[in-house]
Write a protein that binds this ligand. Structure first.
Ligand code: PEP
Ligand code: MN
Length: 263
């Protein structure tokens, strides 16, 4: 992952013409959890119209409480595939363990590894044996060096298609869910040739901060954004408090597109 091995920025081919890295900016949007077919397809159409070029949705959810909604499982992946058929948007979903690896290789375009699994080394090694693009989220108390070493675990197996995702780190501050480490963007880009995208949703944990933090990420030089959007945030099955509505997302995208011109 080190720049000393590759001077130029990595460009990772996601699918359907979508790339991330160097001049290719990736905007991945969607609900925290996939809930049902109709709402997912309808939302995907709106996200695409607003300018997203990939669709996120959790089907296997890492929830703090075992009594919270755990995701629809494989049914959720099927729904995402229907939304992909309808819109052409590549799909991103979180894999929590090696037991479903083959299913994910078949059914998603990008395998997301969540903050809680950033140092699940057996899982990382197994991903190294595939050629799938991987979103590697930063662990909530991981240093940038530890995060890059986790990328190294995947790459050491031969899979160089790793995208770093900054999603906030846990600090003493309680006003926000996590603290967005915006400095991680230029630091990771100095150290590594891998693309880095920013997830302001899980960093902030509150809706009103998403637009400003997304804009800050663009100006810091991020290669993309991952943003949670829900048609009806108040009634979302997870993370509603940090989801934008489709209209708010569209408004943000209009600004992001202007910033990308300047940047
Ligand atoms: C998510 O993307 O829904 C998620 C659980 O993110 P993180 O692993 O960053 O908490
Ligand atoms: Mn979420």
């Amino acid at each position: 992952a080190n720049r000393s091995f590759q001077e130029d920025d990595s460009v990772i081919d996601i699918s359907n013409g979508v790339k991330v890295g160097a001049e290719n900016f990736m905007v991945c949007a969607g609900p925290c959890s996939v809930e049902d077919l109709d709402s997912t397809v309808e939302l995907a159409i709106k996200l695409k119209d607003a300018g997203a070029n990939s669709l996120r949705g959790g089907a296997f959810k890492p929830r703090t409480s075992p009594y919270s909604f755990q995701g629809l499982g494989v049914e959720g992946l099927k729904i995402l595939n229907e939304a992909k058929k309808e819109t052409g948007l590549p799909i991103v979903s979180e894999l929590m363990g090696t037991d479903h690896l083959d299913t994910f290789v078949d059914m998603v375009d990008v395998i997301q590894i969540g903050a809680r699994n950033m140092q699940n080394f057996d899982l990382l090694k197994a991903l190294g044996q595939t050629d799938k693009p991987i979103y590697l989220k930063r662990g909530m108390s991981a240093t940038i060096q530890e995060w890059l070493m986790s990328a190294e675990y995947i790459m050491a197996g031969g899979n160089n298609n790793v995208v770093l995702v900054e999603r906030g780190i846990r600090t003493f501050e309680t006003a926000t869910r996590n603290t967005l480490d915006i400095q991680a963007v230029p630091v990771a880009q100095k150290e590594s040739h891998l693309p880095i995208i920013v997830d302001p949703s899980h960093a902030a944990g509150v809706r009103y901060l998403i637009p400003s933090m997304a804009k800050a990420a663009v100006m810091a030089g991020a290669n993309g954004l991952q943003i949670e959007v829900h048609e009806d945030p108040e009634n979302a099955w997870s993370d509603g408090q940090q989801c934008l509505t489709p209209a708010e997302f569209k408004e943000l995208m209009d600004t992001i597109n202007v910033l990308l011109e300047i940047e």
